[in-house]
Design a protein around this ligand. Structure first.
Ligand SMILES: Nc1ncnc2c1ncn2[C@@H]1O[C@H](COP(=O)(O)OP(=O)(O)OP(=O)(O)O)[C@@H](O)[C@H]1O
Ligand SMILES: [Mg+2]
Length: 283
């Protein structure tokens, strides 16, 4: 296997094995997946921690949380990357007012600096953001793995990953490829969000990635019974709450970063990152 772990030899070796059957019992496509995972691992070798921000339910605030976690950690002095892993609807660049920012199409791809955080999104590779990306599952999975394999993050303390909603192909592929240290589950006070958050958490557990904790977004100031149910069912902890605020939506529309623009949101995220970076659940 050793020779095959070098990116440059992958296609050739794969072909050769297919032709001559050097790996009895190892299907070439299986081998390809292993090799790709290995190459992604090498690309992320200098990234100390990878945190996935996840919820099976759409619209609960995953992107909002991912961005604010990244900038809060960065403000504390950590070296941080922010990966937009939502291929269908990559929103991170819009949230950050970076819609016109492009990654140079040179390999390896380099994330773009935004106020000290390294940001990478497939939206930075396409010209027309409004065009819907209509791809079937296998192509989305391939896009994600190609993107991960070719992006050079350099040295990071934390890579925060904004995951797409759902429990199907796209989030699953990323979870498998990235070897995340753990997940932050985002929910809102409603029962429907709680049910889906439990589903998200159980999926994360099946991927053997620990759940770092649960965040109640769009909160009225006190975690709801539904959120408490999520925390207890997943045997996790509440990392914090983020209040529902019209200003948050306004700032989003202006491409402003909440924790850098609103002291109350900043405090809420300080509580959350203190729990993530210290204590029992330290990653
Ligand atoms: N605490 C909050 N107060 C007010 N508005 C919020 C809050 N959090 C998020 N929003 C708004 O709710 C909408 C959905 O948020 P966001 O895009 O972060 O959710 P998401 O879970 O990433 O959605 P998707 O599943 O589509 O990726 C956005 O318009 C955002 O500005
Ligand atoms: Mg999102």
């Amino acid at each position: 296997m050793e020779d095959n772990e070098h990116a440059g030899h992958a296609a050739h070796t794969d072909h050769a094995q297919h032709q001559h059957g050097h790996q009895p019992g190892m299907h070439p496509s299986f081998l390809r997946v292993i090799q790709q995972k290995q190459r992604i691992k090498q690309k992320l070798a200098k990234v100390k921690h990878r945190i996935g921000v996840y919820s099976a339910k759409g619209g609960v605030g995953k992107t909002t949380v991912a961005i604010n976690l990244a900038f809060s950690l960065s403000k504390k002095g950590f070296r941080v990357g922010l990966l937009d892993a939502d291929i269908d609807c990559p929103n991170v660049t819009m949230f950050l007012g970076m819609e016109d920012t492009k990654m140079e199409p040179v390999m390896p791809l380099k994330p773009v600096d935004k106020e000290g955080v390294k940001v990478a999104s497939t939206a930075m590779l396409v010209d027309e953001l409004k065009r819907p990306i209509i791809w079937r599952g296998p192509l989305v999975a391939k896009m994600i793995s190609d993107f991960l394999e070719n992006t050079d993050w350099g040295e990071l303390d934390y890579l925060v990953v904004d995951l797409p909603p759902g429990t199907s192909d796209a989030p699953l592929s990323i979870m498998q490829l990235l070897d995340l240290d753990g997940f932050v589950i985002v929910t809102n006070p409603q029962r429907i969000a709680a049910m889906n958050s439990i589903r998200s958490g159980l999926m994360a557990k099946r991927m053997n990635a620990p759940i770092l904790g649960v965040i109640e977004n769009m909160s009225n100031g006190k975690p709801s019974k539904n959120t408490e149910n999520v925390v207890s069912t997943l045997q996790s902890e509440l990392l914090g709450i983020i209040r529902a605020r019209p200003e948050v939506a306004d700032l989003t529309d202006r491409g402003a970063i909440h924790v850098l623009s609103n002291r109350d949101v900043e405090k809420e995220f300080d509580t959350i990152i203190t729990k993530i970076t210290s204590g029992e659940r330290k990653v």
